[in-house]
Design a protein around this ligand. Structure first.
Ligand code: DAK
Length: 257
């Protein structure tokens, strides 16, 4: 049983994972990160799970890496930091990951939101990379993913000043896809997840992979990947079902094959 997560069984294909370390504003200690990486691996292998929503509480999605834990690590400790492998496993989750963010998403918390494919923010959410105030810099994607999401000027401003931005600013900048009232963020994220869960799982998986390629490859390679992925889907029963259902004017019943 995880100590720092609450996990619900899939609801219409969507598994809800809630970070639960309220006394430290969901600071991402190594154990929490390990539990999250394990939970996502298990969701990846579970055919009943077609998407995952990750959330925190009203005050904090996550206030970053655990500063007390970080203080104990010297250079060699950071060099051999087990958190890096947990972050890699989180980022490698192959199904759609939706973050429902309320409150603080700071440092590693903002980086965790950026590992998600879709981010829904409650209007009181705050996104920031305050590591610079601690004499360090982001270490889990906060320079690379943030710049790709919001562009150079805002990424520079956030990382170099450590100042957080509002949910509305994050929406305008492209860091989040929707802003809701705080109490509706999780339900809206679940709704988006349930919508995705009705689609053909192989098409969803390849579409996610192709979209992620756009962020880390040149256009010609990205287009080549898209073309191959598109072609692969021509061999699936779900493609046949999708087209037939359209022609027969009925909802498609996808099977993931
Ligand atoms: N770590 C540990 N404890 C934290 C914490 C954190 N990041 N954030 C908050 N807490 C704890 C506080 O110490 C306090 O505990 P008690 O004193 O009650 O025991 C409790 O949560 C409530 O916090 P506050 O009393 O401070 O609450 P306030 O409402 O007054 O302020 C705040 C909320 C979010 C503005 C403030 O707590 C704050 O500034 N927190 C720190 C935010 C921060 O600097 N985050 C960045 C951390 S550095 C890497 C991967 C990732 C990273 C690095 C490397 N590798 C794989 C290499 C990431 C680094 C970071 O995220």
């Amino acid at each position: 049983m995880p100590r720092f997560l609450e996990v619900q069984a899939p609801d219409h294909g969507v598994r809800l994972i809630t970070l639960y370390r309220p006394e430290a504003l969901n600071a991402l200690c190594t154990e929490l990160l390990a539990e999250l990486a394990n939970e996502l691996s298990s969701a990846d292998n579970d055919p009943q799970t077609l998407a995952v929503v990750i959330t925190g509480n009203r005050k904090a999605f996550a206030a970053g890496a655990d500063i007390a834990e970080m203080a104990e690590r010297d250079l060699v400790g950071i060099f051999n930091d087990p958190r890096a492998a947990h972050w890699q496993r989180i980022a490698a989750f192959s199904k759609p990951l939706i973050a429902a963010v309320n409150g603080y998403a700071l440092g590693g918390g903002c980086e965790l939101a950026m590992c998600a494919d879709i981010v829904i923010a409650g209007e009181e959410a705050r996104f920031g990379q305050p590591e610079i105030n601690l004499g360090i810099m982001p270490g889990a994607g906060g320079t690379q993913r943030l710049l790709r999401a919001v562009g150079k000027p805002l990424a520079m401003q956030m990382v170099l000043t450590g100042e957080a931005i509002t949910a509305r600013h994050a929406l305008q900048a492209g860091l989040v896809s929707e802003v809701t009232q705080p109490e509706l963020a999780v339900e809206r994220a679940m709704q988006v997840g349930r919508s995705i869960a009705t689609k053909a799982p192989l098409a969803v998986r390849l579409a996610k992979e192709a979209l992620l390629k756009a962020g880390d490859t040149d256009l010609a390679s990205g287009l080549r990947f898209e073309r191959h992925a598109f072609t692969l889907l021509a061999g699936t029963a779900d493609r046949e079902e999708g087209i037939r259902a359209f022609q027969e004017k009925r909802p498609a019943q996808f099977k993931g094959c």
